[in-house]
Design a protein around this ligand. Sequence first.
Ligand SMILES: [Zn+2]
Length: 437
Amino acid sequence: MLLSKMAWHSYNTYRKGAYYRSQLSQTIELLDGAREAIMEFQTERLQKLLRHAYRTTPYYHKLLKTDAPDITQIPTLEKRNIREHLERLCSGAFTAQERIKNATGGSTGTPLTFYQGRYYWNQRNLSVYYFDRWAGWNPGEPQLVVWGAPADMEGDARWKHKFNEFWRNQYWLNGFYLTQRTMRNAYEKMERARPQTILAYPSSLYQFARFVFENGLKPRWGLKGIISSAEMLHPHYRDLAETVFTTKVFNRYGGREVGLIAMECTEGRMHINCRDIYLEIDSPNPYTIPGEILITQLNNYVMPFIRYRIGDIGMLSDEICPCGNELPILADLFGRSTATFRTRTGTLIHGGYFTQRFYHVTGVNQFQLIQETLRRCVLKLVIDEQWTEETRRYLIQSIQEVLGGDVVVAVEFVKEIPLPTSGKREFTISKVTAGSD
Ligand SMILES: [Zn+2]
């Protein structure tokens, strides 16, 4: 829609001007550039943030003790710290009016309130523009947005939404309330609008893809890509959406607390947004053993998030990506639906570690690892003729490497691993709870 495209450009020029456009081209230059330059930029930003946090926030003034601390020695920031010390975490360099309130939703059970600044939001939007281009999006081109929106918008809010839809050239399908009728309407609208990209919640995308598939529809929109964000992208969601819409799904990983953390490239790797984020893995070896992801947000001066435990599990990869981009890679991003194993020293091991280690082992068709006690595990295996004693040693060693060298691993060969009543196969089960021995 040409008019809308023109509107996008004039609106943005009017609203943000030449400064904004030069910021965007600087962002592209940096993130497309050499690893060394990006890392140097990141180090400077990190030092600046730590200085600012020490000098202007009561919480970090007490915690850091110096304006040039060693980041690895700083205690991690937990959600409960934010709940207890919200005001003390805010910088005295900003007035209350300069704080922009935000909150996480209900997926974790308890909402979390926090503050961000205008600068944070400008930088966050620049990053979204940069990374969404990987999925084929260009400012002003039509986009279908399958996202949550209040169903009962009236008056001003409704008009504001309509206006935003227009200047962004976006078409909304409300992901909170998907019905046959709304999906049919959206589909018909898309036949005319021919969006270049879809931005969607993975679960809503999946529902919409099912609708298209079950009704035998064949979209010919010339889609360049689909951006999936805000939830775990399950493989079966991706498979169906890629088949139905005949294009690639790009996983975008982020959080409302800290913005865009990583984005999938055309080669299927998740590149870390090192311009905005300093990412660490809480693990003895972040390249081989997954651990909890710690995020330091480099642009939120209103309320610094330093080594924030966001609640996801991941691992780093030292691979050089064939796509040509030099941003470091986040490998094996795990959701929180897998079991958590405990060691005698109190370390928590995400079940995803074992699935990642065992999934492609030759000779093993299926497996299930059950942690019975802190000292004993049962490994159930469905094997085939390629099974060897060497594989047995590898599996046991992988378990003992993280749970402890003296943990007994009882290997049981079974014909099949029965499906639980939930119908969802569990690869990892832990019967150990806090305080067990
Ligand atoms: Zn890549």
